[in-house]
Design a protein around this ligand. Sequence first.
Ligand SMILES: [Mg+2]
Length: 176
Amino acid sequence: MSNYKVKLQNIKAFAYDVDGIFTDGGVLATGDGDLLRTFDSKDGFGVRMTVLKGYPTAIVTGGSSESIRKRFRGIGIPDEDIYLTSRNKVPDFLDFCQRHNLEPSQVAFVGDDLPDIPILKICGLAVCPADAVAEVKEVCDYVSLYNGGKGCVRDLVEQVLKIHGNWVFDPVAYSG
Ligand SMILES: [Mg+2]
């Protein structure tokens, strides 16, 4: 656990899978072919806090719905850091790192299923929700007490921002 605390201190950026992380993994298939997802507002606010504090943030998902892009654009993540339809996720993760002059060891990644494991193995802090698949839990530095879509993202960002002294809400910045 002490190694985990050191890793928390070294984190300069965040990257996330979406389904099973920001959601409980459920999708509602509509008649016109779109997939609807439920996002947790407290997770969203936590990510907004990291964006306002200047932490680069990436979304790396196999999902293709434009509603995913709109959700994270609304939180303040620029379009170029939102990777939709990412099947082989490592190149997208490394592209994000390169564009922001980050080493993979400086980035926390949250994933829950087999496609996330290659990133979890090279990132600086590997995190998963409590209901991640067993193979993912095995390679993670930290298994959140919270499930996907139920606060696992908020759990991580609060820990990093608090250890950096950045868990301070500024209503002026938030409204800007
Ligand atoms: Mg997933």
